[in-house]
Ligand binder design. Sequence first.
Ligand SMILES: Nc1nc2c(c(=O)[nH]1)N[C@H]1C(S)=C(S)[C@@H](COP(=O)(O)OP(=O)(O)OC[C@H]3O[C@@H](n4cnc5c(=O)[nH]c(N)nc54)[C@H](O)[C@@H]3O)O[C@H]1N2
Ligand SMILES: Nc1nc2c(c(=O)[nH]1)N[C@H]1C(S)=C(S)[C@@H](COP(=O)(O)OP(=O)(O)OC[C@H]3O[C@@H](n4cnc5c(=O)[nH]c(N)nc54)[C@H](O)[C@@H]3O)O[C@H]1N2
Ligand SMILES: [Mo]
Length: 759
Amino acid sequence: MSDDIDIEDYTAPAGGWGSMRSLVEISAREKIGPETLKELTRQNKPDGFVCVSCAWGRPAKPHIAEFCENGAKATAWELTTYRTTPAFFTEHTVTELRGWKDFDLEQAGRLTHPLKYDASTDRYVAVSWAEAFGDIGSKLKGYDPKKVIFYASGRASLETSYMYGLMARMYGSHNLPDSSNMCHETTSVGLKSAIGSPVGTIKLTDYEKCDAIFFFGQNPGSNSPRFLHPLRDCAKRGVEIVVFNPLKERGLERFQDPQNPLEMATGKSTPIASQYHQVKAGGDIAVMMGISKFVIEADDIARQSGAPGIIDHDFIAQHTTGFDAFADKARATSWDAIELNSGLTRTAIEEAAAVYARSKATIVVYGMGLTQHVHGIDNVHMVVNFMLLRGNVGRPGAGFGPVRGHSNVQGQRTVGITEKPELAPLDRLKELYDFEPPRELGWDTVASCEAVVSGEAQAFVGLGGNFVRAIPDTAAMEAAWQGLDLTVHVATKLNRSHLLPGKTSYILPCLGRIETDMQATGAQSVSVEDSFSHIYGSKGKATPAADTLLSEPAIVAGIAKAMMPANPKVDWDAWAGDYAKVRDAIEATYPDMFADFNDRMFTPGGFWKGNAAAHREWKTKSGKAEFNTPEVLSATGFDDAEGRFRLMTLRSNDQFNTTIYGYHDRFRGVKGTRDIIFMNRLDMAKIGVANEDTVHLVGDAGDNAQRRVEGLRVVEYDIPVGCVGAYYPECNILIPIAHHALESHVLAAKSVPVRLEKA
Ligand SMILES: Nc1nc2c(c(=O)[nH]1)N[C@H]1C(S)=C(S)[C@@H](COP(=O)(O)OP(=O)(O)OC[C@H]3O[C@@H](n4cnc5c(=O)[nH]c(N)nc54)[C@H](O)[C@@H]3O)O[C@H]1N2
Ligand SMILES: Nc1nc2c(c(=O)[nH]1)N[C@H]1C(S)=C(S)[C@@H](COP(=O)(O)OP(=O)(O)OC[C@H]3O[C@@H](n4cnc5c(=O)[nH]c(N)nc54)[C@H](O)[C@@H]3O)O[C@H]1N2
Ligand SMILES: [Mo]
């Protein structure tokens, strides 16, 4: 093994000195100085900026430093002193850059100028904003709007997102996929059908009132580290925290608060999970069936003997439908089947169920470990089923806590970025702006990919993101991508999607959220929505990376004006010059959620947009909260077979999606490489590979396509037999586009059928 690659057991807790060291490293790498350190003190404060990393909530009374290691990395990444100027593109052709790693592309720094691809020299060259808008506008005018994709990655503000969605609809397109299509769309579909709310029901303060937390497939240590503070407080107050995750994630095991001098000085840390169950990938339906079975059968026995029941029958009678069918199914499902499908013993599941049975207020937390499966909707429905049994929704300290990804991914959906016509207030838009919005279903991410492959799609406009790298079937998608007539990327840094230019291709560099956004009426603020449906203002104060950058609203306005005839009801320039006017428009469109928007946006802790299910009002088809009886016990969507593994594609602690900050997955002990595969030692023995051996991963979806990732180093790991883990996005090449959650179309990235070949 080469010297710079190091794989070892990581024994320290999450947080602590390790996270401090990691911060120092990243600051040095991005060559950032005192200004950034000053910005960190404003991160997530009522008058500061909202972190550009995850969607975790901001407490009304923030800590002195309300940021985490990964939030600070995201800040440093945006405020880097490196620049990707036009001179950079004179030195490097696009073909050459395609050979660079994701890390190296973004490490080149912030983009500074609008760029157009020149096929004759295979280079991006600087153009003026006027030229870019003019050309993009005239090209878009020539297309069928139904064949143009307007993608949004969940970071852009509510103001930008509202303008973007309106622009697409006025143009005549409903193709408004969002990064949510790749993550919590399973929640939006599954929770909506079961309880009538597409989002979580709890508030941040419910963590002060719960007495049990059930965790399924969410990794706070890396992906929402500020969550570790309330979790630690919960653990200290004796809340029972029960975790189901194939991997022992450090942040769920132990946490040392880097902002607590005593913990840092004494080396003390707080244990988090009271029970940790290493479920098989795709095994959660069976787990939750087991918990339900235990509760239902214990309740049967209790009631026969005249003792008080365990199930909240009053709640079930008053508020739900479908209980009897579900209860019969749970009674009829054998423990053998539950053990086989979950990979856990009956005793282990009963231990967890006992916690649930005695808890007075349970919160359930989940993430990609549930949503990114073929039967992801069944996962979410099972979450609802077991929570309804004891009425764990719509009362203090109880409810659903899906942890969203991007800092405004939930908010983008709220203000109209959606391909589903029923989710946007089309009549209201028509009334306000006097145009005929498209009424048909648009393309989501999967449909967009299919339309690019079939050649039906003509153009792609991306508001942030690294679309071609984030989606599955990378090889097929990259090959098809350059058949597009026009590609436009609004971005802050160069990424691989930009290096697959359509026939005409632009990169439009924008301001980041941390930077001063100076417009005609002065410095602007923006707003976002977090995982708890709270909305806050955010004000950037750092010096912009270049004075040639435009804000995202200004770029949307520039494209909108160039591609459509003027509409007297929409003054794009006035909106781009004063975002308060956009907020007025949002308020006019969604008066219930956004009353007095401009006045309330800087409320400490944000203002709550409301949630009917949190008041036990069910906006479902039946008007009740619905039990859904699943037909499968495994979420994988494929059969087990000799030699076939379930691959989980994972995030390291040193990345934000396709943005790779570095090569140190500290909590999992991997340093210097991302080309690894985590394996159980029994599986290693079975196929005859040793630690550090090299293997190739081969897709095993049975659709005859060749999908391979070569040269992964085996890392012996505490992972269930039959499951392997490797990093996203490097392994996306192994996932067929068609391998997605059935109803929500989220890529099934947490159980991908693969085989191993020895090198
Ligand atoms: N620093 C950082 N923060 C981020 C991101 C980032 O990349 N970096 N990404 C952001 C985005 S967009 C999102 S959507 C979120 C994602 O955040 P998470 O929802 O935490 O997503 P992942 O890390 O992909 O996977 C979560 C966990 O699921 C487990 N898992 C895998 N398969 C299964 C299974 O079948 N069952 C169970 N029970 N568990 C399983 C994995 O071991 C892992 O611990 O984070 C956001 N925040
Ligand atoms: N196999 C596998 N695939 C996955 C996942 C998985 O778990 N496994 N997770 C999926 C999930 S949950 C998601 S959300 C996707 C996301 O995947 P990505 O599309 O990678 O997400 P982003 O982090 O939005 O994209 C990064 C790019 O956003 C741009 N950017 C950063 N800041 C800004 C800004 O302020 N404005 C603008 N306009 N651009 C900016 C930068 O140019 C940067 O290169 O990946 C999905 N793909
Ligand atoms: Mo996400």
